[in-house]
Design a protein around this ligand. Structure first.
Ligand SMILES: [Cu+2]
Length: 140
């Protein structure tokens, strides 16, 4: 009897520990607020991997020029970055290599706009479905 109570109690402790860790915030998941350089350009470095972008939430100012410095972690899997929001001044579709590539644009509208990798192997889920997507939030 006592043994089963102890077992139940320890099970509750274990479950609550698991629960607790599920609420731990991953620092990489915080929105990245792009700093504006002395030259008036806001810059963000983006890393592409299997299957993610870091940072995956980017905060940009409207009507301020942007330079994204994009590269991928390894050369094994092909990746690209696509932002299809021409109404907001962002119409981008660029392959990503292990050498950093600079992508320039100026967001012209506030709002939340998706970016993603459009690569997909036949018969497999797309990279976007596997998690290679993020959001650009353009603020006033
Ligand atoms: Cu990809």
């Amino acid at each position: 009897m006592y043994l089963s109570i102890i077992l139940i109690l320890s099970a509750i402790v274990l479950v609550s520990q698991v629960d607790h860790s599920a609420f731990t915030v991953d620092p990489e998941q915080k929105p990245f607020v792009a700093p504006v350089g002395r030259d008036g350009v806001q810059r963000v470095q983006i890393l592409a991997g299997e299957y993610f972008f870091t940072p995956k939430e980017i905060v940009l100012r409207v009507n301020v020029p942007v330079e994204l410095l994009v590269k991928k972690a390894s050369n094994v899997v092909p990746h690209d970055i696509v932002i299809k929001s021409p109404e907001a001044g962002m119409d981008i579709d660029e392959n990503i290599g292990t050498e950093p590539k600079t992508i320039k644009f100026t967001p012209t509208k506030t709002g939340r706009f998706p970016f993603y990798c459009s690569k997909k192997f036949p018969f497999f889920k797309s990279h976007r479905e596997r998690g290679m997507e993020g959001v650009i939030e353009v603020i006033p």
